[in-house]
Design a protein around this ligand. Structure first.
Ligand code: ADP
Ligand code: MG
Length: 461
């Protein structure tokens, strides 16, 4: 039908937006219907629909006007036929190239580019301002950890040094230890606060050896006023790095600098952790964090909804808190799904919708296997199954692998250890980091978001 008109419009738009944007947002659209000045444009998925509505509607209308449609009104509709062709290799590659996901080796504060003289202003590494004490809900399970962290933030280096915080995944360890760093910096902007995941620490150490910058590496970490090391269980079995960490620890501790460490288990249960490190980890204070109780979970759901600008009923909060008991990360995920669902349809979240959404998620995965997800993801990015399952760390393999992990999580709700195993990995923290990276990536990066949406859609097709 009137595709001549639409082809003309697309032709002009192609000239006025970047090639990447054109391919992502416009290429797979079709004109479904035209009654005088009212048009219906078919789009392949909801992300493209939103983007066209929010960002490109004006451009589209103006271009239609230039092509003879007076004061056009355009409606965008998700349509099965739109965008069914495979993305070209070029598109998949451009996703990987244009929007790199930050990794240890391309962060701006990377040691490769930091000379000793530049080191000072690269402190404040790794902190995310979204983690504060203000938005942390205190209740049973986390109150002791919270109290210790607040005390440290007020007076770093004096008490509880080191602080060793341990507990299961998704219960707020990273949030609290980052809140300490953020608070210290508010009070003392010149303080050298370093937050580092153990994964990054390891990667930087390896890079430092490779690029013969080990002194920079050592100076950098030993120059911190507050050193926060997340997920330290990751040091297990890495002897050389444990030794480096041991020296860093001693230097900082002797200088009364604050050290904060988190782990998914207590020091004595981290396998192959050197005895001397194990004993130092318990020098100060160790605190066991638990998943918060029901009341606290309800309060967390309500506070998070409130931060999104939505007030939810008590019964909705209770339903979520009752049905998502694993940890706060999952609870937050369920709430975000509910809010996104309601926002797209302009609904107020109520009990029925909530029950439906949690129910739909529970029944959906039956038809899809983990293997299918990994295969489809590899195929989408034009890489081999062998590569995605391999230990290779090339960027064009790492990103698809992270996407596969993310989809295993969001579609099948697999546990992190299970996700790691499905991709032939032993350590589940890699799965956690991957899922977090993609979660963050799709909030910030339209191309990544539509790639994930596209893979999911094909899985359900
Ligand atoms: P962990 O590091 O223990 O795996 P995180 O700190 O990453 O867990 O927490 C997972 C998510 O849950 C984060 O988005 C965090 O903000 C949120 N969260 C956890 N506990 C709380 C809490 N008590 N109040 C508010 N948000 C919380
Ligand atoms: Mg964490």
């Amino acid at each position: 039908m009137q595709n001549g008109l639409w082809q003309a419009v697309l032709g002009e738009i192609e000239l006025s937006v970047s090639r990447g944007n054109f391919i992502t947002w416009f290429k797979n659209t079709t004109l479904l219907k035209q009654d005088d000045n009212a048009l219906v444009v078919g789009v392949p998925n909801v992300f493209i629909k939103q983007q066209l509505e929010r960002k490109y509607n004006q451009l589209i209308c103006e271009t239609l006007e230039k092509n003879g449609v007076k004061t056009p009104v355009v409606e965008y509709k998700i349509h099965a036929l739109a965008g069914k062709q495979k993305p070209s290799n070029e598109e998949a590659q451009s996703l990987l190239k244009t929007q790199p996901i930050p990794t240890a080796s391309n962060r701006p504060t990377d040691l490769k580019s930091a000379t000793t003289s530049k080191l000072a202003h690269s402190y404040r590494q790794g902190l995310n301002e979204r983690y504060t004490f203000e938005n942390f809900i205190v209740g049973s399970g986390n109150e002791l950890a919270h109290a210790a962290c607040q005390a440290i933030a007020q007076n770093p280096g004096s008490r509880y040094n080191p602080l060793f915080l341990y507990g299961g995944v998704g219960i707020g360890k990273t949030h609290l230890i980052q809140a300490v760093g953020n608070t210290v910096l508010v009070q003392k902007p010149e303080a050298r606060v370093v937050y580092v995941s153990t994964e990054q620490f390891v990667q930087e150490f390896v890079d430092a050896l490779r690029f013969k910058k080990n002194t920079d590496f050592a100076d950098y970490y030993r120059g911190a006023d507050v050193l926060i090391v997340d997920d330290v269980q990751f040091l297990a079995g890495k002897e050389k790095i444990q030794e480096e960490f041991f020296h860093t620890f001693n230097a900082l501790h002797q200088a009364n600098k604050q050290i904060i460490i988190s782990s998914d288990k207590p020091p004595k249960e981290i396998p192959t952790l050197e005895e001397r490190l194990r004993s130092r980890f318990v020098w100060g204070m160790s605190i066991d964090m638990q998943n918060p109780d029901f009341e606290t979970r309800c309060a967390i759901v309500q506070a998070k909804a409130h931060n999104h600008g939505v007030e939810i009923d008590h019964e909705v909060a209770e339903y979520l808190a009752n049905n998502v008991q694993t940890n706060i990360r999952e609870l937050e995920g369920a709430l975000n799904q509910l809010l996104a669902f309601c926002e797209m349809r302009d609904l107020t979240p109520n009990l029925t919708t909530t029950m439906n959404i949690l129910g739909v998620n529970a029944s959906r995965p039956k038809h899809i296997s983990a293997k299918q997800i990994i295969e489809r993801t590899a195929k989408y990015f034009h890489i081999d199954m062998e590569d995605i399952m391999s230990p290779k760390r090339d960027k064009d393999i790492v990103v698809p692998r992270q996407v596969a992990m993310y989809i295993l999580r969001s579609e099948l709700h697999l546990s992190f250890p299970k996700i790691a195993r499905e991709l032939g990995r032993k350590d589940h923290t890699t799965a956690i980091h991957s899922v977090e990276k993609i979660e963050k990536g799709i909030r910030e990066d339209d191309t990544l978001r539509s790639a994930v949406a596209e893979i999911k859609e094909r899985l359900h097709a």
